[in-house]
Design a protein around this ligand. Structure first.
Ligand code: ZN
Length: 136
């Protein structure tokens, strides 16, 4: 696969508003977007740090994977997202090398990105997201 950079780091939080305060008031970053991703049952807040973003994730339902993550491991880093030129092709390559996939095909994520997750069992315990910018 062809990775250009870390697109974002996903961080699971209990309360988006409270967490935004830390990033803005202590780190001096600016939240430039808040977006609900309905099919993932999360609300997200984004900060830019150079080319990379911080994505805060708050569960909007008990059934959200973010709620389950916090229940099990508490707040903290949830996933790393790498920017690739072709998610579908990268998934195929990874699967061909025996990597377990969470998503067999790309789906729509926040900010209109095409995204897919690799299973942490195959990635050394780090939930790994591949994402691709939509065609401009
Ligand atoms: Zn993400």
């Amino acid at each position: 696969m062809n990775i250009s950079h870390i697109e974002h780091i996903g961080i699971a939080v209990k309360n988006l508003e409270e967490s935004i305060k830390y990033y803005e008031e202590i780190l001096g970053l600016k939240c430039y977007a808040i977006e609900e991703v309905k099919d993932q049952k999360v609300k997200t807040a984004f900060f830019k740090v150079g080319q990379t973003k911080i994505e805060l994730l708050e569960a909007t339902s008990e059934e959200s994977t973010i709620a389950a993550f916090i229940e099990k491991r508490g707040e903290g880093i949830h996933h790393i997202a790498y920017c690739v030129d072709d998610v579908a092709k990268s998934l195929g390559e990874a699967e061909g090398k025996g990597v377990r996939l969470i998503d067999k095909a790309p789906r729509n994520g926040a900010e209109g990105l095409h995204i897919a997750f690799l299973h942490p069992k195959s990635t050394g315990g780090v939930l790994t997201e591949l994402c691709e910018y939509p065609e401009k």
